[in-house]
Design a protein. Structure first.
Lengths: 311, 300
């Protein structure tokens, strides 16, 4: 005769149904490995952010004291000698060189982007070749741009100039602007092009009246980012625009070297005097603030453009 | 009309790249005809004696870039994984742009920071530690007091390569179809098993392309390396001694030639750098091209 308790007797080969629902054995090990990896990945992200923080912290700490100890003269006077004065001439020079570089690279870059998306067709051989060329150009070390302009202009005329510097920077900017314009233009809905085609509008009027206005925000974002990138570049300027009077303002780009902040930092950073290095930290701080602000502005612009395109 | 302008701009881009290659080759031609390919294997560089060889800068370039890649590849992929599969959306929206911002810092500032902060730190803490623990390997020789070394240059390059690998691999991981990861999760895979079994295998060639792009950046960086590597001469086994890279030698000596063959020899170094740059871009494209094929196979 069987009793109730016998019927409830458990088969010992089955898992215990009353066991708590926590991982044991192999599953526990697998969960632990997974958690370990997650911890490592979070630590890596933390490390990157911490390094960014360390660089910004040091530049701000050292640079802010240089800027504020003689504010606003640091921004509004030229350097005097190895350690005195401010960085006005380099600041203005960088603005002018970068502006001319943008004047050269932005139209060519945007037109190249338009060629890739509006005229070459997605599978045309010319478009694919051009994309390859842009990739190769973007992959070139930036010092090659300086060596190239040296060979093209400086070696023959023996004159360093702001123009040569701008040309070298425009080579750095060109592939960045072309590829970013191309990517933005690809985001413009095809229905816009088809609607214009259906109305019998010519392709060039479609581009000028419909496609460019829709993409202008994104194109501007790419332009700002590449200008910020080029304004901080040193290597392209090193052989074509680094000989100038360090204490004078020179904004004539033709036939003269024009001062710039990157070259100022590069030629002064290892001077033995404390005051001279403090001035370099100040210059680095001003450059970093300008570039990070440009990056933030570009990001905001991009977010707004994306929102507009979606609606 | 507009078509003409656009085509002209495209032609101009192609012409510029062609002219870059032409100018570098023609600038280097006196050195090429004088030294030939022996230039690459010759380790002595003495401009005042007219002796030029590229072996030492090639060695320094490869070694510093290798250090940077060894550190930045695992870190970058881990950050990419964190941002694409683990971080809460709010964290992702903040940390992602911050990591990318690391790439926006001008190289001259990274190099200055490396010279002023990183090099002393490496000389006083990192290098003595590595020397004590791994000193039996010749790579980890006696540290120098300045800290300017191939090792420090490699650390600085890590910071510049890291955001490239991290951002690219994050974008790749985000393209992995949700059904695939959901399927693995439904089979009871842990997050790491999903990553190892689904996410990484389906993006591996893209990640490899990102690493190659980072390598190209590290091999070609001029200014930051010049500021941190210490402008040493010759080939030494120790990472902690000052060294020289292709780009740093060009940056240091181009404005002060001491010999008629000096500038052509520097152009020759630039030509090697140019070839390396073109090859890494082509390699990255080739690998990424295979990746595109793999992706369409998976999603179809």
């Amino acid at each position: 005769m069987t009793t109730v308790s016998d019927a409830l007797e458990r088969d010992p080969s089955l898992p215990d149904p009353t066991a708590p629902l926590t991982a044991t054995g192999n599953l526990r090990r697998r969960a632990a490995v997974s958690r370990f990896i997650e911890l490592g990945a979070s630590a890596a992200a933390l490390f990157a952010v911490a390094m960014l923080g360390l660089v910004i912290y040091e530049v701000t700490k050292q640079g802010l004291s240089a800027v504020t100890s003689s504010f606003p003269d640091f921004l509004f006077t030229n350097p005097s000698g190895l350690a005195g004065g401010g960085i006005l001439n380099s600041l203005l020079g960088t603005a002018v060189i970068a502006a001319l570089a943008a004047l050269i690279a932005v139209p060519v870059g945007v037109l190249t982007g338009l060629y890739l998306t509006e005229f070459a067709g997605p599978h045309a051989r010319s478009g694919r070749g051009l994309k390859l060329v842009l990739d190769l150009m973007q992959g070139l070390p930036t010092i090659i741009a300086g060596v190239f302009i040296y060979g093209l202009l400086v070696a023959t005329t023996h004159i360093e100039s702001g123009l040569a510097g701008s040309l070298a920077l425009s080579i750095v900017m060109l592939p960045l602007i072309a590829r970013s314009s191309q990517e933005v233009l690809l985001l413009v809905p095809n229905s816009l092009r088809e609607a214009a085609d259906a109305l019998g509008v010519e392709r060039w009027r479609t581009v000028l009246g419909v496609i460019l206005p829709a993409a202008i925000g994104g194109i501007a974002t790419g332009a700002i980012l590449s200008i910020a990138r080029a304004a901080g570049e040193t290597a392209p300027l090193l052989f074509v625009n680094s000989i100038y009077n360090p204490d004078a303002t020179e904004l004539n780009l033709f036939g003269h070297g024009v001062p710039s902040i990157p070259i100022f930092i590069y030629t002064n950073f290892d001077l033995p005097s404390q005051e001279a290095v403090s001035r370099v930290w100040g210059a680095a701080f001003v450059l970093l603030v300008c570039i990070l602000l440009a990056n933030v502005a570009a990001r905001v612009l991009l977010a707004r453009t994306r929102a507009k395109m979606r609606s | 009309m507009l078509y003409g302008l656009c085509a002209l701009a495209g032609l101009l881009v192609v012409a510029v790249l062609a002219d870059i290659i032409y100018q570098v080759i023609s600038g280097a031609s006196p050195a090429i005809s004088r030294f030939g390919l022996n230039f690459i294997g010759h380790s002595r560089w003495a401009p005042n004696f007219g002796v030029f060889g590229a072996a030492a800068p090639i060695y320094g370039t490869l070694l510093s870039a290798l250090i940077a890649l060894l550190l930045a590849t695992p870190l970058g992929i881990a950050i990419g994984l964190y941002l694409s599969t683990m971080a809460p959306p709010a964290v992702r929206a903040v940390v992602g742009p911050l990591v990318e911002m690391l790439a926006a810092i001008p190289s001259v500032i990274v190099g200055f920071w490396g010279f002023a902060v990183l090099a002393p730190f490496a000389a006083q803490h990192l290098e003595p530690f590595l020397h004590n623990v791994l000193g039996f390997i010749p790579l980890f020789g006696t540290p120098q007091s300045s800290g300017a070394s191939i090792f420090t240059a490699g650390l600085g390059l890590t910071l510049m390569v890291l955001p490239i690998i991290a951002a690219l691999s994050r974008d790749l991981f985000l393209t992995v179809p949700q059904e695939l990861t959901d399927g693995a999760a439904a089979l009871g895979a842990t997050r790491w098993e999903i990553i190892r079994g689904v996410v990484l295998p389906s993006t591996v060639s893209g990640v490899a392309a990102a690493v190659v792009l980072g390598l190209g950046r590290a091999l070609g960086e001029a200014i930051a390396v010049t500021q941190m590597i210490g402008d040493g001469a010759g080939i030494h086994s120790s990472l902690f001694l000052p060294g020289v890279s292709l780009a740093s030698r060009i940056a240091t000596e181009f404005n002060t030639p001491e010999n008629p063959l000096h500038i052509p020899s520097l152009f020759y170094l630039a030509l090697i750098l140019l070839v390396i740059g073109l090859l890494t871009s082509l390699l990255a494209r080739t690998i990424a091209g295979r990746f595109d094929v793999a992706r369409t196979l998976i999603s179809s």
